[in-house]
Design a protein around this ligand. Sequence first.
Ligand code: NAI
Ligand code: MG
Length: 351
Amino acid sequence: KSYKIALIPGDGIGTEVLACSWSVLTEASERFGFRLESQTFPWSCDYYLQNGRMMPDDGIEQLRAFDSIYLGAVGWPARVPDSVSLHGLLLPIRKAFDLYVNSRPHRLLDGVEGPLRAGSFDILCIRENTEGEYSGAGGRVHMATPNEVAVETSVFTRRGVERIIRYGFEMARTRKRRLASVTKSNAQKYSMVFWDEVTDTLAAEYPDVEVTRYHVDAIAARFVTHPQTLDVVVASNLFGDILTDIGAAIQGGLGFAASANLNPEGGVPSMFEPVHGSAPDIAGRGIANPLATIWAGALMLEHLGEASAAQAIVKSIEDVTRQRLVRTPDLGGQATTEEVAQAVIAALAAL
Ligand code: NAI
Ligand code: MG
């Protein structure tokens, strides 16, 4: 089998972590007997400064032919406003391919110190990625007067809510068959009551999955106090955004947080990336932690159907963290990005 991957290294440490992570995926492909073909797209803030746009006009069409998109990070705020870099590249890709699932595994690996003694922390967060609180509907009147009013309306569609909760149920079936549905239906009487109704309707189709409703404030606390009671968590765009930052912090921070932007129906490329940005403060020094990007690569292989290779990569990452030997400065070590990636490759070879 062979897969075509579009590589978008982007800016800053994005280019550093993506190159190293790609060598890990290549190694995994050789060990597990499939091929990865890549084409690199230099779309970035540099590209913007030369061409006046973040990607060519037919950029989306160029990407459409690929099985997946593997992205480093995009943004260089000192030279290009974030609104330009985000709206010129990442958001158009998410929108064009309707990548409505944002899936993030939050697992505290052996040898990693999070801010809590979480013991076991292993939660899959499924965030709605296209509508809800970030729909952009709203406006302001009487601006800059004492009577000013700003309205920002959440938009929840039956199609949008159904498909994300259904994906949550499907993921619960691949794990512990426990789904937490996040709302605030005590305070938000239209959108979140609707979300609860859709959850209840779908629950009838998944009698083997235990569903629990949580209010977002309560589940935020539960992430910290009783994470072992949670497995798959499905949430709206805003609530998912907040909960995934808590999850990332508990799993050890940006060095570990990986993200998949998925269209589960397929036929279009999904996009895989670390949660972190281009880190201008450490870019160019070769010291960024590549583990989040390597983990995102594992999510990509899993999505492509190469589950064994994906598991082997995550296990290799954990073998490296458990030994506490090869660590980048963010984890208190002195290793380079390249050395960490090489350690993961060595762990893969030793499996
Ligand atoms: P950032 O995630 O780039 O950096 C925040 C802090 O975490 C910095 O101190 C950085 O050195 C550190 N850090 C991040 N990743 C690291 C890694 N792998 N290893 C070691 N340390 C790491 O967030 P910031 O500074 O707010 O944003 C910088 C640029 O990145 C902005 O232009 C922003 O818009 C963009 N960005 C892009 C994202 C994307 O492409 N999906 C996501 C987040 C931010
Ligand atoms: Mg966020």
